[in-house]
Design a binder for this molecule. Structure first.
Ligand code: ATP
Ligand code: MG
Length: 294
């Protein structure tokens, strides 16, 4: 799940997790880099990287750290014995993982794949991949690494991860936006990059925080009210609400035209802080299939 800052990625990821769980799947929600919005939304503390914690709602959550994932991978693949701990605690190791471009991203996304396909503990994992640009870097890395190393272990592993990411039976990349200018522009750009540059399977394009559309005869109703009580405060509120909806529908139409698919609408909920109950009202927006795809 990716999109511009603040559009509701973590909220949508949480709703998707709850909907999959309700359909009977064993699910894991994953945050990349650090614990953040997803665990906050579901009320879970994640003190340690790479460790799944169960939330009150029953879904498990974890955050994945690329440096740790590389250590874990190396321990599994290379027999380092007693040397392992001093190596992974050495400042040079940390420096390498953080300086080498894409290593952290490659390892974290590789771990997401391993968690789903090798662990057999989960039927589905939902990744709150964060802001579009950074999220697309994660998704791009396996193909980049597979091309950069012509053969050998890195090539093989990166190719496998890329194959899983490219497989529409396994992966769906959901792009979230709100009906506003900048988020829509960013969503359209992401969708184009996912399709043409990355060639990865697009899931839903999600239009979050949608105001409910008025009944068809709203204009006639407003006109009647205007004749009866031209100064009624309700009249002012109704016209203002319609104005907002008109703007929303203009951006929704731009989005649909530019991505060429019908966005999945999620309603604007009225609450200072969303509760689990609120999230559950968003959840039916997805279907119950393993990937949350209709
Ligand atoms: N459909 C909705 N109705 C009402 N409030 C919502 C809805 N979706 C998200 N919000 C609220 O909007 C705020 C931002 O949502 P969220 O944290 O999910 O966005 P984000 O895209 O993950 O943000 P960030 O880029 O900071 O990670 C939160 O306060 C959340 O409760
Ligand atoms: Mg977030």
């Amino acid at each position: 799940v990716l999109g511009k800052g603040g559009v509701g990625k973590s909220t949508i990821a949480a709703a998707l997790l709850l909907s999959l769980q309700r359909a009977g799947a064993r699910v894991l929600g994953i945050e990349l880099d650090a614990p953040g919005g997803l665990s906050r939304t579901l009320g879970v503390e994640l003190p340690e990287a790479n460790v799944a914690v169960r939330s009150a709602s029953g879904v498990h959550l974890a955050w994945f750290d690329g440096a740790l994932a590389l250590a874990e991978y190396l321990s599994r693949k290379v027999r380092l014995g007693r040397l392992a701990t001093p190596i992974f605690q050495h400042p040079l190791y940390e420096a390498f993982v953080h300086a080498a471009p894409g290593v952290k991203e490659l390892m974290a996304i590789g771990k997401v794949r391993d968690e789903l396909l090798l662990q057999k503990r989960w039927d589905a994992v939902v990744v709150d991949a964060g802001a579009s640009g950074h999220a697309l870097e994660y998704l791009r890395m396996p193909a980049v690494a597979a091309a950069a190393f012509h053969r050998g272990r890195v090539h093989r592993e990166a190719k496998q991860v890329h194959a899983s990411l490219s497989d529409a039976n396994i992966t769906a990349i959901h792009v979230v936006t709100t009906a506003e200018e900048m988020p829509v522009l960013e969503a359209v750009e992401s969708v184009q990059r996912i399709r043409s540059e990355l060639q990865l399977p697009l899931g839903h394009v999600i239009l979050n925080r949608c105001l409910e559309l008025p009944p068809d005869d709203i204009q006639a109703t407003i006109q009647s009210l205007a004749r009866l009580a031209p100064d009624a405060p309700m009249l002012f509120s109704a016209r203002r609400a319609l104005g907002w909806i008109e703007i929303q529908e203009r951006y929704a139409a731009d989005l649909e035209r530019d991505v060429g698919v019908k966005p999945l609408r999620m309603p604007q909920l009225i609450a200072d802080e969303l509760t689990l109950l609120d999230l559950e009202t968003l959840a039916p927006g997805f279907t119950g299939s393993a990937r949350g795809i209709s």
